[in-house]
Design a binder for this molecule. Structure first.
Ligand code: ZN
Length: 76
């Protein structure tokens, strides 16, 4: 039953529990629970590392939504 303690799996679960997401403006990882800056757009909540990033998003949301990665692993 050592498979239960596979470090890769544990790390993956930890990321999931903390609900990590990405700042769509600068691409920084944001922890949703501690995010100070957020904005709702198109029924979705976006999180930002700073007021500056949120402002940039609010001024031109389409620019940042057009090629979103959806918070999943991105192969590039
Ligand atoms: Zn940012």
């Amino acid at each position: 039953m050592y498979l239960l303690f596979n470090p890769t799996l544990v790390g993956y679960l930890r990321v999931w529990r903390n609900e990590m997401t990405k700042d769509p403006v600068c691409g920084m990882d944001i922890e949703e629970g501690s995010a100070q800056h957020k904005c709702e757009h198109d029924g979705k909540t976006y999180f930002f590392c700073s007021a500056g990033c949120r402002k940039a998003f609010e001024e031109d949301p389409k620019r940042y939504c057009g090629h979103e990665t959806g918070g999943e692993h991105h192969a590039h």
